[in-house]
Design a protein around this ligand. Structure first.
Ligand SMILES: Nc1ncnc2c1ncn2[C@@H]1O[C@H](COP(=O)(O)OP(=O)(O)O)[C@@H](O)[C@H]1O
Ligand code: SF4
Ligand SMILES: [Mg+2]
Length: 349
């Protein structure tokens, strides 16, 4: 089977991504398998945290939703329309419903345009013709992100701090009232104190406007408060998907546990679980391991992990894992390998 299964997909999703594969040819005969058959969905008003180490394919996934570039295979269904089937002009129209916020706020804003124009840019193509109406919409969004519109209107991006530029990027994303916003590590490049301000602001905006967000981050701590659901990726594959609190309380995939171990512990005297961090051998997306891609770093790996790719199966409620030997007991009857006894988390510590 390609990919890691679709047991975790729901019927009422605004966005449904199925078997998404993105490969980049490099050199004469090599292929980077950046994303390999992942599936996930998002319900209207929900925030999905998409988490995994650098290079696991998060940005590629975010860009593939926008068809930048069109994925190698798979489907991206937004509100009933399969974006992978649209031609160029149709996709450009649909792209206004999708907005992306990038990691580096300063370079994502056009340095030659004043802030008023930067935020109005999408409206100049798709919005009302009347300049006063455009400015009304722009100033509303600048105010919503805590930027004084009259002060900012004629200033240039370089006159603002990184945090302020990220606020301006968010205003630009909001001005088209998109159905979905993809935030690609929006706070990673900012100072820690500013990170908290931007995260809090996004949470407020999400509640006020009922925004639907994909929130990409490389560590679980950043997505904890903002995400309703969290999806964990490893080397182009989906490992685990769960309602947020459940994932942090009961990680079922050894890789999720590894990521949780790297969240800074508030109590410096508390012991960290370093069992999984011992021998780190990072495989290449040019030649990913057979079976489970995490097996070269997993202390629970055995012969079946090498031979068979684990498929997504239900742990409980809205909690799904793709692992042959999950860390919590699988309660439903849809087990892949009945002969494999569940491994208790205690054996890992
Ligand atoms: N345009 C490209 N050409 C070749 N390889 C790419 C390209 N874009 C991304 N990659 C590779 O795909 C993998 C996933 O990258 P990326 O999606 O940026 O990961 P992440 O955002 O999780 O750090 C990496 O190995 C990266 O080097
Ligand atoms: S137990 Fe096997 S399937 Fe599960 S993460 Fe480890 S290697 Fe992968
Ligand atoms: Mg990235």
């Amino acid at each position: 089977m390609a990919g890691s299964g679709k047991a975790h997909l729901r019927d009422d999703a605004l966005l449904r991504v199925e078997d998404l594969t993105v490969e980049f040819p490099v050199g004469r005969d090599k292929t980077v398998k950046a994303v390999s058959g992942i599936s996930f969905d998002i319900i209207k008003g929900e925030t999905l945290g998409l988490v995994g180490e650098s290079g696991c394919g998060k940005s590629t996934t975010g860009r593939a939703i926008l068809q930048l570039p069109t994925p190698t295979s798979g489907n991206v269904i937004l509100d009933g329309t399969d974006l992978t089937a649209l031609d160029g002009p149709e996709m450009r129209r649909h792209r206004t419903k999708l907005q992306m916020i990038f990691q580096d706020p300063i370079s994502s804003l056009n340095p030659r345009r004043a802030v008023g124009d930067v935020v109005a840019e999408p409206l100049q193509v798709w919005g009302p013709d009347d300049a006063d109406e455009q400015w009304k919409l722009v100033s509303e969004q600048l105010e919503a992100v805590g930027i004084d519109p009259d002060v900012a209107r004629d200033k240039y991006p370089h006159e603002f701090s990184g945090g302020q530029c990220q606020r301006i990027s968010i205003a630009r994303a909001l001005v088209m009232e998109p159905q979905l916003i993809i935030c690609d590590e929006p706070v990673s490049a900012l100072d820690v104190s500013v990170q908290a301000q931007i995260l809090n602001m996004l949470k407020t905006l999400k509640d006020r406007y009922g925004l639907t967000l994909v929130f990409i981050a490389h560590d679980l701590a950043v997505v904890k408060n903002i995400s309703d659901r969290v999806a964990v990726m490893y080397l182009g594959k989906m490992c685990e998907v769960s309602e947020s609190d459940e994932l942090y309380a009961n990680p079922a995939h050894p890789y999720t546990k590894l990521l949780l171990g790297s969240i800074p512990v508030p109590d410096p005297t508390a012991e960290l679980d370093t069992t999984l961090q011992g021998e780190v051998e990072l495989p290449s997306p040019l030649a990913p391991p057979s079976g489970c891609r995490f097996r070269t770093r997993c202390p629970l790996a055995d012969e079946i992990c090498e031979r068979e790719e684990p498929q997504m199966r239900k742990v409980s409620g809205d909690h799904y894992v793709a692992c042959h030997h999950p860390l919590v007991e699988i309660t439903n009857s849809n087990q892949q390998h009945e002969e494999t006894a569940p491994t208790s988390g205690a054996e890992l510590v």
